[in-house]
Every structure is written in C-alpha cells, then in structure tokens.
Design a protein around this ligand. Structure first.
Ligand code: HEM
Length: 528
C-alpha cells in the first residue's frame, strides 16, 4: 500500500516537472534546433548513400576499417592478385588503407586503361617517398601529366634514348660485353667453376648505364660503389610501404620507425654524388677528358642535359639529377633481371638453347664480333626475348592514377583512384595465350605480329600509351647483344647435380622481379 502511494506521488511529481521543462522557451528552442540538425544530417547521409549505391564499383574482397585490404596483401602481389582474380574477376577493387585501388588483369582491361582512356589515366600515383627521392617529382616517371612532363618525355625520347643515340652508344655495349665474355672465359677453362651470371649481368648493366650517363664507370671507385648501393636502397624505398601515404593518421610511425630518416639519408647521399658528377662535367672540357683517358664525354646524358639546361630555364639542375635517377632506376635492374630470367629458361629448356645457339652460329659463322645488323636477322633470339618478357615480366604492374571521374568496363572510377594493370598476369592469361604456363618462344614465330611496342594489349611489359617506357630500343640492343655473345662463344651447362627441371625459379619480391637466388651456370667450352 505504502509502495503504491509512493509510486503515485512520484509520478505526479515527475509530471509537474516535465510540463515545466517542456514549456520553458529556452529548452523548446534547443529541441527544435536539434531536430532540424538531425533531420538535415539524415537527409545528407541518405543522399550520399543513395549516390553511392548508384555507383557501380568493381567486385571487392571484404575490407577492414582503417586497414582496408592491407592485411590481405603478401609479397609477390602480382601472383596474389592473379589468384584473387579467379574469385573476383579481371577487374577488382581493393583498398590500401584509405586509398582505393582498382586492379585490371586482362588484355581488354589494359586496352581501356592505357589506350581508350589513356589521357584520363596519364598520371602516376604519387607517394611522398617518391616525391622526396625524385626531387619533388621532377623526373619523368612520376611527374604529373602536363607541360613539364611532356617536355621531359620528349627530351628522353628524342635526345637521350632515340634510335640514333642508341646506335651511337654501340661501342659502349660492345666493349662492356667483351669484358664480360673475357671474365667468363677466365672462369671456364679446366676448372669449369660455376659463374655467378646474376652478378655479372648486374655489373654489366650498371657499367653500360654509367658510361652512357656519366662518361665513365664508377663500379671500381669507392664513391661510385657507394652511389650504386644507394641506388639499390632507393629502389627498395620506392617499393616500400609508408604510413603517410596509406594511413595518414599513423604517419608518425614513419618518423618513429626511422623510415623518414633513411629516406633523407639516401636522398642526401645521391644528391651529393650527382652534384659531384655534374661539377666534374662543368670543370672539364672535351680536351681534358681526352687527356684523362675517359670515354668520349661529348655523348654523355649529363652533357646533353646540361646543354638543354643552358637554353631552357625550366630544366634546372634538380631536373637533370631526377632524369639521371630515372635512367638508373629504369635501365639497370630491368635489363639484368631480364637477362637472368632468359638464361634461366634457356638452361631449363636445352632444346630451345640448342636451337637458339644454332641460329646465332649460322648467322655469325666465323665472325667474332656481333653487330646490330647480325642481331636484326636473329628471329628466334627475338622470340626468346619476347617470351622471357611475357613469362617473367620484370615490371609486373603499370601504375596509373585517374585524373577525373570515368566509367571503365561498366564500372565507375573516381578521380584520384590508383590503377594497377597487372602486366605479369596478362602475360599468363589463358584467355590470350595458349598454354600460358609453358616457356615456348615458338609462339612468337607462329604469330610473329604480336609485339611489346604497346599496340598488342596481351603483351605489355613496357606499358603503352603516353606513359609507355622510352627505353625499349636501348634495352633490346643490350639484351640481344649479351645473349648472342653468351651463346656464340660458350657451351652452357648447370652446376653438378642440378637437373634442368630442378633449376630454381623462385622470385624475389619488389617493384622489379628478380630471381631470389643468384643464377650459377658453367661455361663448359669456350670458342674464342
Ligand atoms: C627490360 C627493360 C625495361 C622494362 C621491362 C621497362 C618497363 C617499364 C614499364 C612497364 C614502364 C611503365 C609504362 C607504363 O606505365 O605504361 C616503364 C616506364 C619508364 N621506363 Fe622503362 N623499362 C625497361 C627499361 C628502361 C630503360 C633502359 C630506361 C632508361 C634508360 C627506362 C626508363 C623508363 C622511364 C623514364 C619510364 C617512365 C615513362 C613515363 O612515365 O612517361 N626503362 N618502363
């Protein structure tokens, strides 16, 4: 009873208080404003939701808050994406932290990105690390599409890497290749010690690029060796994950982990070396360089760029250094990786090796030196190089960024989205290739019209469109010359106990796909 009374009293007391509270003009206006605010928010949210549901996005694996799909990424992403493609199809949406990334993995997709919508996808995804290391994006490979990039690309295509220039550097290729053949000869002979071909290819590619860019080799000098190891570190850093780019709220981790300091140290080391090389060029005139016994300096990349700099203020000293870095990053690892993969597959396929050797020896007969004219006639050699680039695409991804909203293959792509075209997976797509998992150079003899120049989208190891690689001619000249010499001058075998089918082909993760372990082979007979 008393409980019931208490309850009645309590209710009537609350009723009185509520009436007063509601009727108070201040509280009344707070409630009205709150309701209006919540309604406004709800309308905006429902509008953006309905807009989002109207967008057609590519299939996507489930993502986590903050991380997106980062937790699903593994080393050798080209292989991971290919296998994810079996579930999600040839166009896939992932999120690297807060950054949307669309992956294209078919020849049709590649055509859309690098041909149909080439202008929309003419930017590269910018990362803070690349911006810092490449002189605030003053190089060719990451500079945003526009007037400055167009100027740089035309310098590269018309002055540094034109067919004429590639031809004029023939003496460098020949001299350096001859040195490598002598080194191998000294290892063959009676001992038949295995040769570390990976190491030889790396030194050779560096020396060729060093002589073309600077006029002399730096591989034997302390400064030069330091520079080359800084270039290796720069390449690692360009392919590294930084919080600042993908999870900006955790960017302090880049500082705390020492990552930022490492980037700063590499940038400074490279800058000091390039300053020194440019100063050397400015100090010496051509007569001095002849006196010094150095390579013909009149044709170095630095000299060409310094001349342009004296006529055009927009190409400043930083632009010169950034372009030189592009040449090193683009031109050394790619060539040495391709050579190592080509020799790996030749040693794994002795029938192909013998057939290639026969072609090379029939064309050269008793000649010791291989010329560009000889190489033109070596169709099977060209097929072997093409097959190597298809099967072991050294640069697995073509990285682009959407400059504006666009619809591609029925999907909406928002401005700023990162685009990765998986050139490696396209080269192994059964929709485009017969027995794609087999190394068969003959496929390019039967269908010899397929080429890597950027018009056949099932084979895009050098990319295509405006951002296509400008180094195709120089790369082919180097790779073909070295392979022709190796097979003309030596018989090749594997170190004792290794059968061709057991030869290791494990890949090393990175922006450029190398063999994980160095390739050792034995030059059993030498013919010079
Ligand atoms: C086997 C050798 C090579 C391969 C497989 C290769 C591959 C590539 C690929 C896939 C791209 C991106 C293309 C795109 O997005 O469409 C590229 C761009 C580039 N490459 Fe190469 N490359 C090679 C050799 C070279 C050489 C020797 C140089 C210079 C000496 C070079 C300099 C560049 C530059 C400057 C770019 C940026 C072009 C731009 O953004 O406009 N590359 N390369």
């Amino acid at each position: 009873m008393s409980n019931g009374l208490h309850r009645d009293v309590l209710i009537s007391f609350q009723q009185i208080e509520m009436d007063e509270f509601v009727l108070h003009p201040f509280f009344l206006s707070v409630i009205i404003f709150s309701v209006i605010y919540i309604l406004k928010k709800w309308i905006i949210l429902s509008k953006s939701c309905s807009k989002r549901t109207l967008l057609v996005l590519p299939p996507s694996p489930r993502k986590l808050p903050i991380l997106g799909n980062l937790h699903q990424l593994r080393p050798l992403a080209h292989r991971l994406f290919k296998s994810l493609g079996r579930k999600y199809g040839p166009v896939m949406l992932l999120h690297f932290g807060s950054r949307p990334v669309i992956i294209f993995q078919s020849a049709d997709g590649a055509k859309e990105v690098v041909n149909t919508h080439d202008l929309v996808f003419a930017n590269r995804p910018e990362t803070r690390v690349a911006k810092r290391l490449l002189y605030d994006s003053k190089d060719i490979s990451i500079a945003p599409y526009g007037e400055y990039w167009r100027k740089l690309k035309s310098i590269c295509v018309l002055q540094l890497l034109s067919n004429k220039r590639v031809h004029s550097f023939q003496y460098i290729r020949e001299e350096e290749t001859a040195l490598v053949m002598k080194k191998i000869k000294s290892c063959s002979g009676s001992s038949s010690a295995p040769v570390n071909l990976s190491q030889l290819f790396m030194t050779l590619s560096n020396d060729i690029i060093c002589r073309s860019a600077f006029g002399k080799k730096y591989s034997q000098e302390e400064d030069g060796n330091k520079f080359l190891s800084l270039i290796t570190e720069l390449m690692q850093l360009l392919g590294s994950f930084s919080f600042r780019d993908y999870i900006p709220s955790l960017s302090w981790m880049d500082r705390a982990s020492g990552f930022d300091a490492r980037v700063g140290r590499v940038a400074k080391g490279i800058d000091d070396f390039l300053d020194h090389v440019i100063q050397e060029h400015l100090n010496y005139d051509d007569t001095d360089s002849v006196k010094l016994g150095e390579t013909r300096r009149e044709t170095t990349f630095i000299k060409i760029l310094l001349k342009i700099n004296s006529e055009d203020v927009s190409i400043d000293k930083d632009s010169i250094k950034a372009i030189i870095l592009d040449v090193f990053v683009g031109g050394t690892d790619t060539a040495s990786a391709t050579l190592a993969w080509a020799m790996t597959e030749l040693l794994r396929h002795p029938i192909v090796l013998n057939k290639l050797q026969k072609e090379i020896r029939e064309i050269l007969r008793d000649k010791h030196d291989v010329t560009d004219k000889d190489l033109e006639k070596m169709h099977y050699l060209k097929a072997v190089v093409k097959e190597t680039l298809r099967y072991h695409t050294p640069v697995p991804f073509l990285a682009r960024e959407a400059r504006e909203d666009v619809k591609v293959m029925g999907y909406d792509v928002a401005a700023g989205t990162m685009i990765l075209t998986n050139a490696w997976a396209i080269g192994r797509d059964p929709a485009s290739w017969d027995e794609p998992e087999k190394f068969k150079p003959e496929r390019f003899l039967i269908n010899s019209s397929i080429d890597f120049m950027g018009l056949d989208f099932e084979l895009v190891p050098f990319g295509a469109g405006r951002r296509r690689c400008p180094g195709i001619a120089i790369s082919m000249a180097n790779i073909e010359l070295v392979l022709a010499n190796l097979l003309q001058k030596f018989e090749w075998g594997l170190p004792q106990g290794i059968k061709p089918e057991d030869l290791d082909t494990t890949e090393n993760p990175g922006g450029i796909i190398h063999r994980k372990n160095p390739l050792f082979a034995v030059a059993t007979h030498c013919y010079f």
